[in-house]
Ligand binder design. Structure first.
Ligand SMILES: [Fe+2]
Ligand SMILES: [Fe+2]
Length: 353
C-alpha cells in the first residue's frame, strides 16, 4: 500500500467513527417513497495566489465530501447550496469543483452571490449548467432558483468592473450592496413550471438566499419573497431550503416550511434583530461568531435530509458541536428543533469583542 493510500484510509475510518448513529438510522423510513439526500453549502473556496488557497475553507469542504461519501445507506443525490467560491474566479470555482468531483453521487448546484457577481455566472454555468431548473425525483418536485439576482441598474450600470461589483456584493453591512431577488423572468418560469405539478405533490425549493425577509442589511432577504411564496401557496407541502445565512434557521409561513443549512466555511452571527425591518444596519458586525475561536470548524457542517413525509427533516452534521435535528412536526404544523427547542436547552449567547 502506498503511503498516500494509507493516509486516505486512515482519515476515512476516523471520520466513519465520528458519524452519529442517529443520522444513519433516520434513513430507514417505512414509506415506500422515502429517500434521503445530502446538502453541502457555502464553502467559500478562496484563492490567495498561485496554487495557494485558504486552507481552512478547503478543509471544511473536503471533510463534508469525505463524510457524505461514507453515509449508509447512500443518499440519492447531493445538493450544493451556493457560495462555492469566495470571489467567483475561475481558480476558485475550478478548485471547488475538484473537491465536489470527489463525491460518489450525482451533484446538483445552486448559485450563490459569491459565485455570480464577477462574471454573472458565466464560468459557473460552463462547469455546472443552468442557473435555475427543476427536476422530479421519487414523486417529489424539486425546484432550483437563482435567488441572488438584483436590480438591473445595480448589476449593469454602476460598476467599472466585475471585480468591483463582486466585492461590493460580497460584504455585509455594505450600503453599496443591493437586495437579492428572484426576478420577474424567473418567477414567470416558476409559475409555468409549477402549473403541471399536482397540488398534493411535495415541493422542495432550493435557493441561496432565504425566500423570506429576515434581515436586509446582510441580505438575509429576498426582495420579491412574497411573490415567490404566492406561487408556492397552492401546494399542500411546500418546503424551501436555503444557504447563505451560515446558521440554523427554521420558519413556517402558511403552508411553507423554511429551513436553512450550515456553511462548511464559517458561521455568521445572528443578526441583531430578526424583525422584518425595512433597513436596519447594526452598528457592529462580528464576522466570526464561533463559540470556540480556537476551533476553526466550530459552528460549521453539512446536512443529511430525509424526505419521508413530503416535508424535510434536516439532520445537521456539525463538525465541532452536538448534532442538531430540525424536523417537521405534523401536529404543530411547523419545523421543530428536536434537542434545542426548550429555552433551558439552549447555549447562552457568546460575548464577542
Ligand atoms: Fe455564504
Ligand atoms: Fe451567500
Amino acid at each position: 500500500m502506498k503511503r498516500r493510500d494509507f493516509v486516505r484510509l486512515g482519515s476515512s475510518s476516523m471520520i466513519a467513527g465520528c458519524l452519529p448513529i442517529s443520522m444513519v438510522n433516520l434513513a430507514f423510513g417505512d414509506s415506500g417513497e422515502n429517500f434521503t439526500f445530502a446538502y453541502i453549502s457555502d464553502s467559500h473556496i478562496q484563492h490567495i495566489k498561485g496554487a495557494q488557497f485558504v486552507r481552512n475553507w478547503d478543509q471544511g469542504l473536503k471533510r463534508a465530501v469525505a463524510e457524505t461519501n461514507l453515509l449508509t445507506p447512500k443518499p440519492d443525490f447531493v445538493m450544493f447550496g451556493g457560495d462555492l467560491a469566495q470571489l467567483g474566479t475561475k481558480a476558485e470555482l475550478d478548485h471547488g469543483a475538484e473537491f465536489l468531483a470527489g463525491l460518489n453521487y450525482d451533484v446538483k448546484m445552486v448559485m450563490g452571490e459569491h459565485d455570480y457577481y464577477l462574471d454573472l455566472g458565466e464560468y459557473w454555468s460552463e462547469l455546472f449548467g443552468p442557473h435555475w431548473y427543476s427536476f422530479d425525483h421519487k414523486d417529489v418536485h424539486f425546484v432550483v432558483l437563482n435567488s441572488i439576482l438584483t436590480y438591473d441598474d445595480w448589476t449593469f450600470n454602476r460598476w467599472e468592473s466585475g471585480e468591483r461589483r463582486m466585492n461590493e456584493m460580497a460584504g455585509l453591512d455594505n450600503p453599496n450592496g443591493s437586495p437579492f431577488m428572484v426576478g420577474e423572468k424567473q418567477r414567470k418560469w416558476l409559475a409555468e413550471d409549477l402549473r403541471k405539478v399536482k397540488k398534493d405533490t411535495p415541493i422542495v425549493v432550493f435557493s441561496h438566499s432565504p425566500i423570506q425577509k429576515i434581515y436586509k442589511g446582510w441580505n438575509f432577504w429576498t426582495e420579491d419573497a412574497e411573490q415567490v411564496q404566492a406561487l408556492l401557496k397552492p401546494f399542500d407541502r411546500a418546503n424551501v431550503i436555503y444557504g447563505h445565512v451560515h446558521q440554523i434557521q427554521y420558519n413556517q409561513i402558511g403552508n411553507l416550511a423554511f429551513n436553512s443549512v450550515m456553511a462548511t466555511a464559517w458561521p455568521w452571527p445572528y443578526p441583531q434583530s430578526y424583525a422584518q425591518a425595512e433597513s436596519h444596519l447594526p452598528v457592529l458586525t462580528v464576522p466570526m461568531n464561533r463559540a470556540d475561536p480556537f476551533d476553526e470548524r466550530d459552528a460549521t457542517g453539512w446536512q443529511f435530509i430525509n424526505m419521508n413525509t413530503g416535508r424535510v427533516d434536516l439532520a445537521y452534521n456539525l463538525y465541532a458541536n452536538e448534532n442538531r435535528l430540525v424536523m417537521f412536526d405534523q401536529g404543530k404544523g411547523h419545523p421543530v428543533d428536536k434537542g434545542y427547542q426548550p429555552k433551558s436547552a439552549r447555549i447562552t449567547p457568546q460575548k464577542h469583542y
